[in-house]
Design a protein. Structure first.
Length: 308
């Protein structure tokens, strides 16, 4: 049952110490630097540290048999900010970025990024859309500079409802077509925990011909009565044109009171219920838990004990 599942986690290890891949440069201190060369030196220094730690984590992942990983969006400090566009990080850091890509490709790892909550494709605000497009272009440039093709995907949510879900979904479609083709070719869309259910996102993905990322926890936080077993085949089928398995997200609620928040670890019994539902499919699962890779390894160990 487990041989068809790839396991991964996001960005930072809770096992490997002093290995942050998300160090950044505070904007208020950055703007106090008057010399452009000094500004670039500051950005470059932090970026190199993030990339060095990313390499450390990739080797750690491979040693633990973890072949799915999400890169931090903060690998390049201020990479998506207007003030951070004073250097070409893809050229200055070319060697380091290609080394990461080489490790990924040689070991057939499945990688992704997840642009943040302020990157909203269906926004009705022109400035927010401009910032969102810049952020998506940054992520695409980062993955391309690693030498990674479109199998290295970028996960996004639909965005806000803005008082009318139908119009907001259509605005996503319209704005999607404003994105550079290379960005479009990497985007995959995830259902969220408040506004857009698996039915909403599946229909959207079919319209724009992009894969859907199923977030199982989000489905239980917000749905419109959909039964997961009725949609699973169609969701996984949206990945048919990519040379990588479908990707899902899985997390456990922190508590009944804080149901939408992620727990430190994964409830193994809930996970077993899902993989029984998805039996026969090959897929990757991104573990979204506060203890990151420690939660993944604990889950995998518990699964081996329970599934014999």
């Amino acid at each position: 049952m487990l041989e068809n599942i790839g396991f991964g986690y996001a960005c930072i290890s809770s096992i490997i110490k002093d290995c942050s891949t998300a160090r950044t440069v505070p904007l208020n201190s950055f703007t106090k630097i008057n010399d452009d060369e000094a500004k670039i030196y500051r950005l470059e220094t932090v970026a190199r540290e993030n990339l060095k730690n990313t390499v450390r984590l990739l080797w750690h992942n491979l040693a633990e048999g973890i072949n799915v990983y999400r890169f931090s969006s903060l690998l390049i400090p201020l990479g998506n900010h207007p003030l951070g566009q004073i250097w070409d990080f893809t050229m200055v850091l070319k060697e380091e970025l290609l080394k990461i890509g080489q490790i990924v490709k040689e070991n057939r790892m499945k990688v992704s990024t997840h642009p943040g909550q302020y990157t909203v494709i269906n926004t009705n605000n022109e400035k927010t859309l401009e910032n969102s497009i810049r952020d998506l272009i940054y992520h695409d440039r980062l993955l391309t500079a690693m030498g990674l093709n479109k199998e290295a995907v970028m996960v996004v949510h639909v965005g806000g409802v803005y008082g009318n879900k139908e119009k907001s979904l259509q605005r996503f479609v319209d704005n999607f077509h404003l994105l550079p083709p290379t960005v479009q070719a990497r985007l995959v869309i995830e259902n969220d925990d408040t506004s857009y259910s698996i039915k909403d996102v599946l229909e959207l993905c079919k319209e724009i011909k992009r894969p859907m990322v199923l977030d199982v926890h989000h489905h239980y936080c917000y749905n419109q009565g959909e039964r997961l077993e009725d949609y699973l085949a169609d969701i996984f089928n949206t990945w048919k044109d990519l040379e990588r398995p479908p990707k899902i997200h899985f997390s456990s609620p922190k508590s009944k009171k804080e149901y939408a928040s992620h727990a430190d670890y994964i409830n193994v019994n809930d996970f077993i219920k899902f993989i029984k539902l998805a039996q026969g499919y090959t897929f990757d699962v991104m573990i979204e838990a506060k203890k990151q890779d420690a939660a993944l390894l604990k889950l995998r160990e518990e699964l081996l004990q329970k599934i014999r």
